[in-house]
Design a protein around this ligand. Structure first.
Ligand code: BGC
Length: 596
């Protein structure tokens, strides 16, 4: 699409809904908490649910609409909690169900909704079902809950196929009696058998269990992998690659997975208000709407910005395509710059272009490799990365749809590269024998205070992943006192977002520069991002927030500014309890944000 085209995203039925009366999730700012690394209340070095509760005021002040909690269930932590030993309990190291209820109350009473993570493709090998399957032996009903097969070759000593797991290494593991089980991820994560009605019924029970406790929604882990066609003969890994992913692939994105989600939808809709869901589905773009349809999960992650450079053409293409896809599904789009699986965006954007070029998930792999080069070749430009990250976030927070934010990005945190191999936890590091550095660098416990003595305020018992000395400069208490900090910027932007949020559409406005994007929301809220090298002169003077100070009426490189008809929406936001006093505060915020 050329720069001089002016595109208005068509007003579909779904997107015609304005903020008033629209379901909360359509344009929410959702903050992802990785519970083991957020705040540690009991001083055992591992974050916990009382830790989240203790920071409820922080979350309220941040201005988010919802929290998404990565798994907090009992787990041996073979994959950061995505190996669940009991779907209907809390890991004792993280608290109790009573602690969960207290956390839910604390967040709900502050107007913050709560989304929990459901991991249905696989359980932990410590799950009682898997233990039963091992004990019960071949041919048993207990083994039918998982995917067990006899091996090939002499005495079945070879795996049933040559498939590789996502984390590296073979996807089959042999058990004592000689059978093999499938694990698409780590050895400790046996895949469940979604052809088995007992498995389906148990997950419905889990969804009801958390819905009955009051959770507002669910994030569905690898939602495209549950159902499988394992008819013999199994294709080889090379053959699998050649099978089109059009709904009938043996392992991925099968049409029949939507039978599962239709059943889940009935569960979600049996609650008032209906529970929501968002799919993590790594599928062909054209098939994303299948997951995002109202009769399926209702919303799906769009990870395209995770894989894009900080580049005007890439950002515009991603936004346009995803707004159209969301409209086709009747859902709203989702925007993600960082999460617990990828290198933090402040670091991605601070690396030279070749390191950031993406095709698949290379930002994670290549980004980490570059980071691990010791900062010499190439040098990570921390300041540029942070500046671009602020600009990208401000751009994204103004888009129609929901923004998913990852804990620590509001502090401008960089990836932590300096974790000794012996202290790494991510199975991708071990299963790839270090070829992939893994995801620990974005999972290091948050700094709340500048002093390293209390693990930077994380807790009195140290930190389960080592925190670098430079964390102190980005501590919450440090940034809170600095009107120019990234935390102050997020707070301003999130508060303004409530006031400015409008119907789910945008119009691109011609800028005359290939490296500058500008768009307008239906109420006149406008956003300009300068992805380029030279300042961009602005023709409006009613800026409400900017990622860096404006200079003589121009937007500097690597920066975003919002122009907003603030008065229009004041008092009409979704969270009236937070609205009082907004006008005077906005005046102050605008002044602080733009002072140069
Ligand atoms: C999660 C990862 C996890 C994997 C297996 C992913 O989509 O986001 O953190 O390792 O699923 O559960």
């Amino acid at each position: 699409m050329s720069q001089d085209e002016t595109v208005t995203v068509a007003e579909g039925e779904a997107r015609a809904s304005v903020v008033e009366g629209a379901p909360w999730w359509r344009q929410a700012a959702v903050y992802q908490i990785y519970p083991r690394s957020f705040a540690d209340a009991n001083g055992d070095g591992l974050g916990d649910l009382p830790g989240v509760t203790s920071r409820a005021d922080y979350l309220e002040r941040l201005g988010i609409d919802a929290v998404w909690l990565s798994p907090f269930y009992p787990s041996e932590l073979a994959d950061g909690g995505y190996d669940v030993a009991d779907y209907r309990d809390v890991d004792p190291r993280l608290g109790t169900l009573a602690d969960f209820d207290a956390m839910l109350d604390a967040l709900h009473s502050r107007g913050i909704r709560v989304v929990v993570d459901i991991v249905p493709n696989h359980s932990s090998d410590r799950h009682v079902w898997f233990q039963e399957a091992l004990a019960a032996g071949r041919g048993s009903a207990a083994r039918e809950r998982y995917i067990f097969r006899d091996g090939t070759g002499t005495d079945g000593a070879e795996p049933p196929s040559d498939w590789q797991s996502v984390f590296g290494g073979p996807a089959w593991e042999r058990v004592a009696d000689g059978q093999w089980y499938l694990h698409s991820f780590a050895v400790e994560q046996p895949d469940l058998n979604w052809s088995n009605p007992e498995v389906r019924a148990d997950f419905v029970r889990t969804l009801r269990f958390w819905s009955d406790r009051g959770v507002d929604g669910f994030r569905i882990d690898v939602a495209h992998m549950l159902t499988k066609d394992l008819s013999e003969p199994l294709p080889s890994a090379a053959e699998l690659e050649l099978i089109p992913r059009d709904g009938d692939h043996p392992l991925l994105d099968r049409d029949d997975v939507h039978e599962v989600y239709a059943e889940w939808r009935a569960v979600f809709d049996s609650y008032d208000p209906p529970r929501t869901a968002v799919a993590e589905a790594w599928v062909d773009k054209a098939r994303v709407p299948l997951y995002a349809r109202p009769e399926s999960l209702g919303q799906a992650f769009n990870f395209d910005l995770l894989e894009a450079d900080f580049d005007a053409a890439q950002f515009r293409a991603v936004v346009q395509e995803n707004l159209e896809l969301a409209a086709a599904s009747g859902s709203s789009s989702t925007w993600v710059l960082s999460n617990h699986d990828v290198v933090r965006h402040a670091s991605r954007y601070g690396l030279p272009h070749p390191a950031r070029t993406a095709d698949g998930h290379p930002a994670q792999k290549h980004g980490s490799e570059w980071l691990l080069s010791g900062g010499t070749s190439p040098v990570l430009d921390r300041e540029a990365g942070e500046r671009r990250a602020r600009a990208a976030t401000l751009f994204v927070l103004a888009l129609p749809g929901s923004s998913y934010l990852y804990q620590g990005e509001e502090l401008g945190l960089h990836e932590v590269a300096e974790i000794p191999d012996a202290e790494r936890q991510d199975p991708t590091f071990f299963r790839s024998r270090g070829a992939e550095i893994g995801r620990d660098g974005c999972r290091v416990p948050l700094p709340w205070e500048p002093s390293a003595e209390t693990a930077f305020g994380f807790g009195s018992g140290g930190s389960h992943l080592p925190q670098p000395e430079w964390f102190g400069r980005s501590a919450v208490s440090v940034e809170e006192g600095d009107p120019d900090s990234t935390l102050s910027l997020y707070r301003r932007a999130l508060e303004l977002r409530h006031a400015l949020q409008t119907a789910e559409s945008l119009e691109w406005v011609e800028t005359g520069r290939a490296d500058v994007l500008r768009f307008r929301r239906p109420n006149g809220w406008e956003v300009v991002t300068n992805f380029g090298g030279s300042p961009f002169p602005l023709d409006r003077a009613d800026a409400v927030v900017a990622s860096v100070p404006l200079v003589e009426g121009a937007l500097p490189a690597d920066a975003t500014v919002w122009f907003g008809p603030v008065a229009l929406r004041v008092g009409a936001g979704r969270r009236p309890d937070r609205r009082s006093g907004l006008v005077p505060r906005l005046d102050g915020l605008v002044r602080d944000g733009l002072a140069s």
